[in-house]
Design a binder for this molecule. Sequence first.
Ligand SMILES: [Zn+2]
Length: 329
Amino acid sequence: MHQDLKRLKQRIPLLEYLYRHDWKSHQISDGPEFVGLCPLHEETHASFYVNAQKNLFYCHGCTRGGDLIRFVELSRHLSFRESVAYLVEELAPTTQLLARAAAFYQLELHRHREGMDYLAQRGVHDAKLIEELGIGYAHGGNVRAFLQDFGYSLEQLLAAGLINPQGADTFCRRVIFPCRQQDRVVNLYGRSIGHAFPHRRLPRSKGGLFAWESVRHLRDLILVEGLFDLALLWQAGFRNTTCAIDTHLTPTQLAQLRQDPNRCVYIAFDQDENQAGQNAANDLLQYLDQAGLNVRLVDLPAGHDPNSDFISGATAQDFARLLEESTSL
Ligand SMILES: [Zn+2]
């Protein structure tokens, strides 16, 4: 552990890290010391010193100092362990790996009919939308070889959850949706087209609400639980739809909905026979209502989710009527 940390700090020099995060400084008389405004507290007079040889910082204003890991702890409000994980990620970003995997799956979609067939069966037929959402297909063949060509090790692919210990593609025979956050792929969602458990995500955060960048400025949002619901609503012109990728919202996703206090959220979760979707929708309704938002429940026909509703013949006008007839607390 100690050796690993030492190596980590050698691979990311403190000064380089600070520059990458927009710290402006000047060198003190050609020596190893640099000085600039403190990134940890508000100040107008430069009192933040970095010694590039020792890889240490000290601020005379807020009297805090230490090494790179200490700086990450203080600046990002992370624990020691979280800071180390953050820096490891900074070195070899998993997001880049996921973006490459997503690009591979996107190509595979057009090489194997069953992926496109499945999309058609789920009502997704707009080629531009498929492209825009970055939808792909994992045929199960050679994602490992493809990614290893980029220099990724088997350990990295395994750690990311893209392959299993036997080296096989964990998304085998799944339609893939990349989950993006500010243009970075943070996770992949795979819908089984065969008999495997329907839903699969990588063992990491699902990130914020789906396609948040494209809807965050809108006041009225439709919230769905599945990406096929989102795809069909977008296809029908309801571009103000976002998706939580299941019914449980993360603190980040809840905070996003609450960003605009005047927001109106239409919850259009599945109408399951076991009431799971309805219960989750009710809990969310209570929570957002208490936060002062205008929240409405969309009452889909029994046994339906937005995806199946459209497949069984509902039109955009039908769905617009459901929005109008939606109920609040
Ligand atoms: Zn300071």
